[in-house]
Ligand binder design. Sequence first.
Ligand code: GTP
Ligand code: MG
Length: 242
Amino acid sequence: DLTVNEGKIEFTNVSFQYPGTAEMVLEDISFKINPGETVAILGATGAGKTSLFQLIPRLYDVTGGIVKIDGHDVRKMKMENLRRKVGFVPQEALLFTGSVKENISWGKEDATMVEITAASVNAQIHETIMNLPQQYDTRVGQKGVNLSGGQKQRLSIARALVRMPKILLLDDSTSALDMKTEAKLLGALKEYTCTTLIITQKISTAIEADRILLLEDGKLLAEGDHDSLLKTSGLYKRIFQS
Ligand code: GTP
Ligand code: MG
């Protein structure tokens, strides 16, 4: 078993407003995530889940409080190191016109075919790619083959995995996957031993995680695993039963 000692995340009293707006999107959020943990972020639309993710690779800076990775304030880290450590799979999978291979190695042009294939296997998209007319050389995007929402999501996960991030942020990236494929994906991610944060609207995904953070209206309402949240959080119980 590998020792996992990188990929710790700490939020301390974090608040956030989008620049130039008055709305408090996140309020006084504090939590710790240990290296290697898989944590689900659950919450209604507009709760602030994507906003919270954006603070980790510094797509935005906090308004108050501190975000730390492995003990370092992200604002004091070199952007290059930060972006290498954190893989962010956005809510909308963005593919450009080009081959499957180019889409996966985007931003890491020196990726080898072995690395690209391994990332695709783990992202549960390799078999689909092998069934395309020109496999990894097949064109996607405009004038390319049409991929389903779930296939695009997995390609965009492969793009993050090929960079071997210590922290993987999946923003609702498994919404279009069936339960079996999702379970296989999450199992494969564990092999990467990276810390995984997964935003989800699905209770089935949350149950699989080591821990769940429940957001409501920009506040961290509850945290714990499925069994403990069922006992301690009325909102979690209502989501579970709905
Ligand atoms: P879903 O993706 O719909 O599940 O919601 P979410 O939990 O990811 O919420 P998100 O973090 O996107 O939004 C939280 C609040 O911030 C909402 O009130 C949004 O309207 C607001 N918001 C989100 N993105 C932006 C942005 O780019 N600019 C501004 N000004 N507000 C934003
Ligand atoms: Mg969102």
